[in-house]
Ligand binder design. Structure first.
Ligand code: GLU
Length: 493
């Protein structure tokens, strides 16, 4: 536990969906806050008007809530440090930019895009390692500046980066880090449209919102020296920094859309459990120093620490996510699974079928029986339907290979015999069905397998699945008899 009460933030720029990397950042911030009795804040960094996407913030909040990451302050919930949308804080950024100008730490720049382009081309020609603004406007006289301002000439505000400095800071994950100020451009702080850039808005807000720990992805590490310069220019205390490792594809390239899904919403829609996704994402860069891989959120809160976050990139291994999904699924209670299955039935074509043998209604006790026999065989809730549709609808097609192997001219006679025997049973249990089949196999002097395979085919249309007597018991005597009749009609032709 750390001593001060931490305040951390997740500060996404809404793009329309929540990236799994964003979920990891949000989760680590959340875990850190909960572990240390701190506050988790959501701040929307929406100052890039060119990237505005309708509904993006709503989507993001929905995805965060689905994942169980409840924020203490932010949009919808409010708090004492709002507004939590940067687009509603423009006056604040302007005030602080003016303060920097007054201190000589920032300056107006009136250079035209043409001049900046020519400058860049010239520097490229000279093969300079990186194009940088030449501070031309830093040396304008007060009169020139005032004239330009009163004439309404387009302008930006730039940070005045002093050359030949070493910018130093400590990162909780990466240790001591140094950057040379000669490699840092005079960053734009306020754009010509009056909006702040990420750097200014981020630092001003982290300061005003009393953020103690900035926990974000490694891709922001190169921005940190610029932020450090800003904190120093304002004379503000710097927060602690922790830069999380990159997420990688299995080929160790940067995790990208091209190699699979990156949106949390895609995983949700594919039927991944939020518990599994959270468990998986927690392990992308963190472990507890042992081999444990299965975690619930409350355990993660107890165990998480930034000291155990790795520097090395974390590989996004879909197979592991699938495995965790089946583990979490298996640990759910029958009641939870029943609710999940009912939701899934609503979404599935099975839920829309007007007529089926259960008259479109699957009673809870019927679904529970399916769950009990299928639980160990599925990894996703939807597989309680997709891998055993025969529990919901009578088969109309029969697995070709199994028909060839297990169905011959004698089969209808054998199945009719079974049918007769089953008809005489009263509310048969699984064991009753089994006993009846054993009796028939003895009467026909036939190995049990010779009856079981065609019977399984007749009732399920498939050659694999859970125990056949379980299937018979779940379907019930009448349905089993109907299905035997149908199969004989179709397959005897
Ligand atoms: N708005 C930045 C983003 O989209 C925030 C980075 C940070 O946490 O400082 O991720």
């Amino acid at each position: 536990m750390i001593n001060e009460i931490p305040r951390v933030r997740f500060a996404p720029s809404p793009t329309g969906y929540l990236h799994v990397g964003g979920l990891r950042t949000a989760l680590y911030n959340y875990l850190f806050a909960k572990r240390n009795n701190g506050k988790f804040i959501l701040r929307i960094e929406d100052t890039d008007r060119n990237r505005y996407v309708e509904g993006a913030v709503e989507n993001l909040i929905k995805a965060l809530k689905w994942s169980g990451l409840q924020f203490d302050e932010g949009p919808e919930v409010g708090g004492n440090f709002g507004p939590y949308f940067q687009s509603e804080r423009l006056d604040i950024y302007k005030k602080y930019a003016d303060e920097l100008i007054a201190k000589g730490k920032a300056y107006y720049c009136f250079c035209t895009p043409e001049r900046l382009k020519a400058l860049r081309e010239e520097q490229e020609k000279q093969k300079l390692p990186q194009a940088k603004y030449d501070k031309h406007c830093l040396y304008l006289s007060k009169d020139e500046i005032d004239k330009n301002l009163s004439n309404g000439i387009a302008k930006v505000v730039r940070l005045n980066v002093e050359p030949n400095q070493v910018i130093k800071f400590d990162d909780i994950i990466r240790g001591h880090i140094e950057f040379e100020s000669n490699n840092i451009d005079d960053q734009v702080l306020i754009k010509s449209d009056g909006y702040p850039t990420y750097h200014l808005a981020n630092v001003v807000d982290d300061h005003l919102m009393k953020i103690t720990h900035v926990i974000r992805g490694e891709e922001w590490l190169s921005s940190t020296p610029k932020h450090v310069l800003l904190y120093d220019a304002f004379g503000w205390e710097r927060p602690n920094f922790a830069h999380l490792p990159l997420l990688l594809n299995p080929d160790r390239s940067k995790l990208s859309k091209r190699q699979g899904d990156v949106a949390v919403e895609d995983y949700r829609d594919k039927g991944y459990l939020k518990e599994a996704l959270i468990n998986f994402v927690a392990l992308l860069g963190w472990n507890d120093g042992d081999d444990k891989e299965f975690y619930y959120m409350d355990e993660l809160i107890k165990r998480f620490s930034l000291d155990r976050v790795n520097k090395a990139g974390a590989v996004f291994d879909l197979q592991k996510l699938n495995w965790l999904n089946s583990e979490h699924l298996r640990k759910k209670s029958i009641e939870e699974l029943l609710n999940l299955l009912k939701d899934e039935i609503q979404k599935s074509p099975i839920g829309m079928i007007s007529q089926n043998f259960k008259d479109q209604k699957y009673p809870d006790d019927y679904l529970i029986k399916i769950i009990q026999v299928m639980k160990e065989r599925v990894s996703f809730v939807k597989e309680f339907i997709d891998t055993c549709t025969y529990f919901y609808e009578a088969p109309t097609e029969y697995e070709h290979k199994s028909v060839e192997k297990n169905w011959n001219s004698e089969t209808p006679k054998h199945l009719n015999k079974l049918k007769e025997k089953f008809s005489s049973l009263n509310n048969p249990t699984k064991e009753d069905f089994e006993l009846a089949l054993t009796t028939v196999s003895e009467e026909l002097n036939l190995g049990k397998g010779k009856l079981i395979h065609p019977l399984r085919l007749a009732v399920s249309g498939q050659s694999t699945g859970p125990g056949m007597f379980d299937i018979l018991f779940i379907l019930g005597k009448d349905e089993v008899i109907n299905r035997i009749d149908t199969a004989i009609k179709i397959l005897a032709q």
